[in-house]
Write a protein that binds this ligand. Structure first.
Ligand SMILES: [Zn+2]
Length: 243
């Protein structure tokens, strides 16, 4: 058994036995791990509030190679996001981000970029950012990091540059121009190009000179979510709640 230290974000937790909690953590160093926090449900316990969902923490835990569950020995809070969770909308969105992380990445797969993405998403929300914009930012980057963000700039059949209208391909792996597409089900709006351009170059807090309408962000969200659903082969539970 070895003692490990890691920086982590609490994705979710659930009760175990009489007094314990199982915590699903996204760690910077080891990706997603599951840990048992013994006695975490006692009124007075050594974890305090640090194992609450979405806390940014530092943990010390025991790991045994043959076991899936690590044993959390201690943890300390680096940054909390308690205050903003008074708004139930924030809880829904954060749960959505956490569910996507858990669905996309297997246990113990190191995902430093996604880890940084999740932290910056939480921080941008805490800084008062628009959740509609922030969640599109998160979806785009998650698809890009995972390698399934399609090239929206060219028709995948005739290779012509997309100027105006285009449609998402049936396999969600590219776009088809108005002449090549037969299905014409999910519309690619032109605003997606400037959105991706902005998101690639900026942190989610850099919103000074951007101006996407609510409707545009909704349509961009539909496109990203179509790709997510196709890839996961199911609708994320939290996405149904958001809608
Ligand atoms: Zn075409």
């Amino acid at each position: 058994m070895s003692l490990q230290t890691s920086e982590a974000i609490v994705l979710r937790s659930y009760n175990s036995g009489e007094q314990d909690k199982i915590v699903v953590l996204f760690t910077r160093e080891k990706g997603i791990i599951k840990g048992i926090a013994k006695g975490a449900r006692k009124f007075v316990n050594r974890f305090g509030g640090s194992l609450e969902p979405f806390s940014h923490i530092k943990i010390i835990y025991y790991e045994k190679e043959t076991r899936e569950l690590v044993v959390i020995k201690n943890c300390e809070l680096i940054e909390s996001f308690f205050e903003i969770q008074k708004d139930v909308k924030v809880i829904y969105y954060f749960s959505y981000f956490a569910e996507l992380i858990e669905e996309f990445f297997p246990l113990k797969s190191v995902e430093e970029l996604s880890y940084r993405l999740l932290i910056s998403t939480f921080k941008a929300t805490k800084g008062g950012g628009d959740l509609n914009l922030i969640s599109r930012y998160f979806e785009m980057w998650l698809l890009k990091i995972y390698g399934i963000l399609p090239d929206f700039s060219k028709c995948m059949k005739c290779r012509k540059k997309i100027i105006k209208k285009a449609w998402l391909s049936p396999k969600r792996d590219g776009v088809l121009c108005n002449s090549c597409s037969t299905l014409k089900r999910i519309l690619i709006i032109p605003a997606i190009h400037s959105f991706i351009e902005w998101a690639r170059k900026n942190p989610p807090t850099a919103t000074e000179n951007i101006n996407f309408s609510f409707e545009e962000l909704k349509l961009i969200g539909n496109i990203f979510q179509e790709i997510i659903i196709y890839h996961l082969e199911k609708v994320p539970k939290t996405l149904s709640l958001l809608k």
